[in-house]
Design a protein around this ligand. Structure first.
Ligand SMILES: [Zn+2]
Ligand SMILES: [Zn+2]
Length: 203
């Protein structure tokens, strides 16, 4: 569904910040425009002020993902509802693109063309998408990557709700770390039992 697709807006915005690493890529109008992806018409409205505005929204959206990740469904919903109240949608059917080989417009929904500024439009769209995702698939589909220090947000669209990492890269990193930790424990145990054997005079 197109509306659920917009939930990626929320993920994209939240992940412009790496809180544990102190990283932030949302530092310019260009970075703001990139967040809009293919919606370049909406992106053109962005100004320097949207960097600050979107950073404020970002913290609030992260709080939604973190509450969901902790299993606090009511808080996640309350926080998202508050955002939707503040950044309302103004749905319009748009036909600015044409069907291939036809002269008929490709009718589709625009969520917030008449928002006060680029941030308001982006946020309304992101929250609407996230709300659809949450109600269709469940609050537990919103998560925070478990591969520390990564704290990226993700949406679990797997059939068996098995996702725990934001990316394949983080999944691999976590697996390697777990493997090394297991090896370390094993070699400590081997060394300890060797020492015990020595202490008992078995060597
Ligand atoms: Zn359009
Ligand atoms: Zn990650």
């Amino acid at each position: 569904m197109e509306l659920a697709y917009y939930s990626d807006y929320a993920v994209r915005l939240v992940n412009t910040e790496q809180p544990e690493r102190g990283g932030d890529s949302l530092t310019s109008v260009e970075a703001v425009r990139e967040l809009f992806g293919a919606a370049q018409q909406a992106a053109r409205r962005a100004t320097e002020s949207d960097v600050t505005r979107l950073r404020a929204v970002r913290s609030r959206l992260r709080a939604v993902f973190e509450a969901a990740d902790r299993g606090d469904e009511v808080l996640a919903v309350d926080l998202l509802n508050a955002l939707m109240m503040e950044f309302p949608v103004s749905p319009q059917i748009s036909g600015h693109e044409f069907r291939d080989g036809e002269n008929r417009p490709k009718w589709h929904m625009h969520i917030a063309d008449h928002a006060a500024n680029a941030t308001a439009g982006f946020t309304a769209t992101a929250c609407m998408g996230l709300a659809f995702h949450l109600t269709e698939l469940g609050v537990d589909r919103l998560g925070i990557c478990e591969a520390k220090p990564c704290r990226n947000a993700y949406l679990d669209t797997s059939t068996n709700r098995s996702r725990r990492y934001c990316s394949d890269r983080c999944a691999t990193r976590a697996n390697v770390a777990a493997y090394r930790a297991r090896k370390r424990r094993e070699s400590t145990r081997t060394a300890e039992s060797a020492q015990d054997a020595t202490a008992r005079g078995e060597r």
